[in-house]
Write a protein that binds this ligand. Sequence first.
Ligand code: 13P
Ligand code: SF4
Length: 350
Amino acid sequence: MLDLTHVRTILSEHYDLAPSQELADSMQDIYEKMDRVVTPYDFVIYAPYIKAINELKKTRNAVILGHNYMTPEIFHGVSDFVGDSLQLAQKATEVEADVIVQAGVHFMAETSKILSPEKIVLMPDMEAGCSLAESITADGIEEMRAKYPGAPVVSYVNTTAEVKAASDICCTSSNAAQIVAAMDSDTVIMTPDQYLAQNVANDVPQKNVVYWPGSCIVHEQYTAEDLNEFRKYNPETKIIAHPECPPSVVEASDFSGSTSGILKYVHDNKPKQAMLVTECSMASNIADELPEVKFLGPCNMCPYMKKITLEKILYALHTMEGQVEVDPVVSEKARKSVEAMIDLSRKLGI
Ligand code: 13P
Ligand code: SF4
């Protein structure tokens, strides 16, 4: 566990991180991207961290890959590339940097390391896990293979390297249905997200999709009853859900897609009112770009994603601690599953 007192002591010895109005004033171009959701008082606190991180990135020849669930000061302030799991994995194969800082959760950093073993991949907090990744081990994959002999295993990228290595191909929420549809078998095993699998099964009825009983602690909390009740009083609102939600929730929504799919839907359709049935930072990160859209309704925080902070990113870049390592044999096998997904996605134009 990161000792925050130690982190703060080290940082204070090397950086002037005192809140600074003058510095914040000189960084208005960055603040303008988040001024509807970050108060000027908070930005005065963030500004010295953003400045220090952006300078240190140059010294280290580092890039920050930021997931769509990062808070606005990370998403807009320090990330070089932002996106969903598939886009970040694709980026990890393309970036020319010595260091990748993964502003996301551990499985994303492992995926970057698998795809770019020669790069240093930093995880600002090793405890930023994922309930889906924790729900299954490689033994679980073998259990499913024994139960459904010959069926290919499609594993969500929200898994450990060992699970990826034991699978035939990976998928993300933006390509899951197409990948399952492309499998050369009537029965397809999907792990570990039971709800994503059930949603895919609805979209790909020609396949018999069998699945592992994992779930996302953020998306499993939504219910169709809540959404229908919300719609009754807000009939104008477009309800947009992530496919990690139960199928009844997806059915009660107007649209379902990956985190980037959700952002694209809001950009393209610009509804007057929208409820994003997913993690809270999603709406915050586009509030400034789309002031004409009013975001309503509840959202849920991912406690893992929220472990990543500016302070921890700066500490990781300063000390180069938090390097993600993957056993080379496991990595080589896992890479085949991830690359199979990337290659098939490119072929399918996703
Ligand atoms: P995306 O691939 O849609 O970004 O999803 C990742 C994730 O963890 C959502 O909970
Ligand atoms: Fe995992 Fe859910 Fe958090 Fe995404 S939102 S990282 S699936 S726990």
